[in-house]
Every structure is written in C-alpha cells, then in structure tokens.
Design a protein around this ligand. Structure first.
Ligand code: FES
Length: 584
C-alpha cells in the first residue's frame, strides 16, 4: 500500500494524511512524534490511509456505552485492509440525561463532527452512533465535510421482558406510566420495570427515532447492509463493525464521498423507508436537515406525496406489535427494503460499492406478520401525515399509524397550557375543566420557545380522564414527541408560538378541527378576532443572552427546514488528496 490514492479522473495523488505524516520537516516530525509517543512505530502508519473513528461513546449516553468495544472491531477491519485507525471522541447526546433536550445540541454535535473531520489528518472516517440524535448529527457533519465516511450504529437493545411480557422502550414505559397514574398498577410494580425493559447494550428497540434513523442510514446506503437491525448484543454487530473498517479503506481508495452516496434518489429511498416503517416523526426533521447539507430541499408536500404512495408494512411498536429483535430475525431492514423494491431507486450506490438493488436482491422476509407485503400492508398509506391549515400555516405532522382511528377527524374545545411548566402544574388537577372530547394545546415548545423543540408533544392524559378509562385524546403543540410515543398527537406546528404563530394565539374554549384525511389542522376562530389577538400578542423575553443558547436561538430554523442552523446548510467538501503534493 503506497501513500498514493487516485482522484476521480484516475490521476495519482498523494493522500490528504500524507500532508501531516509525509514531509521530513519540523511539522512532519511533530505529527509522527505525536503517534510515536503513543507507541506506534512508523511502519504502522507510514504510507497508509489514515481512518478516523469518530466515537460517540459515553457513560452519559447509555445507548452508546458499548461503542468503545465496537471501535476495536472497526480498527481490526481498517488494519486488515491496510489502513491506520485513529479513534477520537465526539460529544455524545443521550436522551435520558440531557436537559432541556438533546435536540438543542444536535447541531452542535454535527458541527463537532464536521470540524473534527476537517481538522484531523484523516482520509476517511467511521462514525459510531446509536442514540436518537447521534446518527443524524453524524450524517449532517459527514455530509458537510464530505470526506469518505461510513456510519456504524450500535444497534437496538434486546427485547425487554417483564413478568413474561415482551416490552419495548420506551413505548411500554409510557404505557405503564399511564397505568400507574390511572391506579391500575402499583408503584412497586412500575419500579420493577426499570431493570427489565432495558437489559442489554443498544438503543431503544421499538421503531423509535434511533431505529428509524438506523434504517434511514441503511436506505441511504451509508451503513453496510444489515447495519441497522443487528442487535447491539449480537456478535454479528462486531463482525459488521470489522467489515465497515475494511469498507472505508476501499471508499478512500476509490474517492467515494457521502455526496456520491446520499444522492437525491437515495434520500427519496430513505423517505420511502420512513413511511413504510411507521417511523419516527423526528426523522422528518432530521432527514430534512441532512438533505439540506447536500443541497436538496425536502418540502412537507414531498413527504406527504411519498406517504400517500407508500403503504406501512413494518409491524413494530409504537405503530404495531413487534420489536427490533423480531424484525432482525424476520430478515431485518434489508428485507423491508426488498419488499419496498418496486417503490425504490435501486441503482443508488452504497458504502460497499454495490447498488442498493444488488444488496437487497437476495434478502427474504421470513415472517409476513412482522414485515408485511405491499399488497397486504398494515395501512394503505405511510405512517406520517403532513398537515396544514389556519393553526399551522407552515405545516405540522401527525403519526397517523400510532393514532386512534376514531380521532383522526375530530372537532374539540381547546384546553390551553401556556408552556410545559403550566401543563405540569395543572394537568392532573382534578378541577381542570376538561373532557375526553377536548383538544389539549401546549405552547412555547418549539425550536426557539422550548428551547430546542423538546419531546413534550405527547401531553399526558389528565388524571381525572385516565381514571375514567380515557387513554387517548387529540393533543397539539409545536414540540416534537419521542419516536417511541403514540397517540393522536399533532406536532411541529409552524410557525411556532414563540415567534407569533397562530398556536400562540389559541385561547381556552376555542374550537379546533383536526382532519387527517384532508391534511388539515384549523383554528375555528374568525379573522377579526385573530387580528385583535395578534395586535395584543407580546413576544416572550429571550431565554439566552450568551453562549451556545444565544447562537441556537438566533440561527435555528423552523421544523419544516429541519431545525438546522441557517449558516450550516450546504456543504464544503474537504480535499481528499493534497494538491500541493500531486504526484502526477
Ligand atoms: Fe437512546 Fe432511546 S434513549 S435511543
């Protein structure tokens, strides 16, 4: 293996890393000395492609805690293919521990990854991810830096098991939380769930955001075939990590960049997968941001057009019955893509150098209960519907596959909470004036107002209704909701209330109409009254006066633009080879 690579015209060039480690001058001395100080001999790296391993391992991100071991398998693959691995940490975003929401930091992680790729002496990179925001952040950063890259996720956790019942996080944590509040299970029973539901390495094992983003990564072609569904505890994931290490060296040799893989057709494949999987509403935001980095604008209309023409065929919680481990045994995401093949662009290139069509040609779905056929789907349409109307002039979303069918067309009286704190203070008040036919409305939970568009959208059913047996009602906000959540929940209302959107003008007793089939969400208040309210509306005081929070508030875009920062849209590819050292 020489220090030469080839540009897209087949011309010999000196690799990017050679700029750091090749020259016999002071700078080259320092770069080599930095490696030798760690015990590497020059033979271990000289002339080899240097592959970064961007590791989001963290004890504060429990879903990613096994990535440190997985990195060892990636290294083995890189070395077997003649490369030199250089592992480095990125910030890591865990859903359970970060306040006020991990989404506030997704763009920061994307910046971290992009700038580390730019700054380090690497020719390619393997991105180790898992928990919800870590995969989209990695894809966004990799898209903007556009150096050869592969994503390896940590895979889903094994199924939870509690008293013989198979459980998925955190769909069933939420369901049993409702039962605890309704008084149908005891606190002791609920506590015993804690160690039964999450019992192995990996991310949430329903078709939540992490599983959805893993599947999207596979549909995009950015992870090796099988990369999304192998459980985190299965040794086949270690083997996949080793394979990814070998593959990235090949990507570097061929000069294949993320922009060659994540083409417009590949992004459309990912949208198809999202809809067919009954995937997370969060993926709408993330995929829009990823596409924006690559110069593609994904509009709500485009998502809806694809949703209307894509049956939901994956029977996983929270829309269905099964869990990611079941999906893996039934053939995995590859088999889902195989079933979707008539709707996909099969000629898109993937990280293994083959087309998507070649990768999925021989895969077979072996359980039709879990992976349905296009002819006998769970739902005729995709899992997510995009809404519009006087309450959401710039759009909103609902996961129709996880909603109650009898509420998909509903007119109800608004019960308004001004913000999350107000909701928490009053929702369980037995004097709250609320019935099962009302519409719960929460304000100040959008990108700026939240801040960071937190996952507060699945508003709890008021305690007094829970006790009456109510388990779902229409709930509306400018927040997101966890991909593991369920219910008739309208999310991402735009423009958000904190920026003066109509949601901020809703008052108790207003009538609201939800019409999912018609794709409408309307506030049934006449325009003269709305004008009066608009004139009286006052913008909330800014939450941040300094630091990252201030930058976030000033630059975050609304949900329909992926909540990316306005100045991060697009890419600026790093040179894969050193022009100044062109060899010819
Ligand atoms: Fe990490 Fe659910 S908490 S994926």
């Amino acid at each position: 293996m020489s220090s030469n690579g080839h540009d897209s015209n087949g011309k010999n060039m000196v690799r990017r890393s050679h700029e750091w480690f090749g020259p016999r001058d002071l700078e080259g001395f320092l770069h080599r000395a930095g490696l030798k100080s760690q015990g590497f001999t020059e033979e271990s790296f000289a002339g080899k492609p240097v592959i970064g391993i961007a590791n989001s391992w963290s004890e504060a991100t429990h879903c990613n805690v096994h990535l440190r071991a997985l990195a060892g398998h990636v290294k083995r693959g890189i070395m077997a293919a003649g490369g030199f691995p250089l592992e480095f940490p990125t910030i890591s975003l865990g859903e359970f521990f970060l306040q006020p929401t991990s989404m506030l930091l997704r763009n920061l992680m994307a910046m971290d990854i992009e700038e580390m790729i730019r700054g380090l002496p690497i020719d390619g990179v393997v991105l180790l991810t898992g928990c919800d925001k870590t995969t989209p952040a990695a894809l966004m950063g990799a898209a903007s830096a556009d150096l050869p890259a592969i994503v390896v996720t940590g895979g889903p956790s094994l199924k939870g098991n509690w008293k013989g019942e198979e459980l998925g996080s955190c769909t069933d944590c939420r369901r049993y939380w409702g039962e605890l509040r309704a008084g149908t299970i005891t606190q002791e029973e609920y506590d015993s769930l804690e160690s039964a539901i999450y019992r192995s390495p990996g991310h949430c094992m329903v078709m939540g955001t992490a599983s959805t983003m893993g599947g999207i990564t596979e549909a995009l072609g950015m992870t090796p075939p099988g990369g999304a569904s192998i459980p985190g505890a299965d040794m086949r994931r270690s083997a996949l990590a080793e394979t990814a290490g070998r593959m990235v060296v090949d990507l570097v040799e061929k000069g294949t960049r993320p922009s060659d893989i994540m083409t417009e057709d590949a992004i459309e494949n990912a949208m198809r997968f999202l809809m067919a999987a009954g995937g997370s509403t969060n993926a709408i935001v993330h995929l829009t941001a990823i596409a924006g980095r690559l110069g593609y604008e994904l509009t709500p209309d485009k998502f809806d057009e694809i949703s209307r023409a894509t049956p939901t065929i994956v029977n996983l919680k929270p829309s269905g019955e099964y869990l990611m481990e079941d999906l893996f045994y039934a053939g995995g995401i590859e088999a889902v893509l195989n079933r979707l093949a008539p709707l996909l662009h099969l000629d898109t290139i993937t990280v293994n150098g083959h087309t998507l069509g070649e990768n999925i040609a021989d895969t077979v779905a072996i359980d039709d209960k879990i992976i349905k056929t296009l002819e006998t789907p769970m739902y005729e349409e995709g899992g997510i519907a995009m809404l519009n109307g006087s309450l959401a002039p710039d759009g909103a979303v609902i996961k129709q596959s996880a909603a109650s069918p009898d509420l998909l067309h509903h007119v109800g009286r608004a019960v308004v909470f001004e913000n999350y704190e107000d909701m928490h203070a009053r929702v369980d008040d037995l004097d709250l004036d609320v019935t099962k036919d009302d519409v719960l409305v929460m304000k100040s939970a959008g990108p700026v107002g939240g801040p960071g568009i937190p996952e507060w959208g699945m508003l709890p059913i008021p305690k007094k209704l829970l006790e009456q047996g109510v388990r779902d009602m229409v709930r509306i906000s400018d927040a997101r909701m966890s991909g593991t959540a369920f219910g008739t929940v309208v999310l991402h209302i735009s423009p958000e209330s904190a920026l003066g959107g109509p949601l901020g003008l809703v008052q108790n007793g207003d009538m609201i109409e939800l019409d999912v089939e018609g794709r409408r969400i309307d506030l049934l208040v006449d325009e003269a009254e709305m004008e009066r309210r608009r004139a009286a509306w006052k913008a909330p005081a800014p939450r941040y006066t300094r630091g990252y929070g201030l930058m976030f508030s000033e630059h975050v875009m609304q949900a329909q633009y992926g909540c990316d920062f306005d100045f991060l849209v697009g890419n600026d590819p790093v040179e894969t080879h050193a022009e100044m050292h062109s060899a010819g």
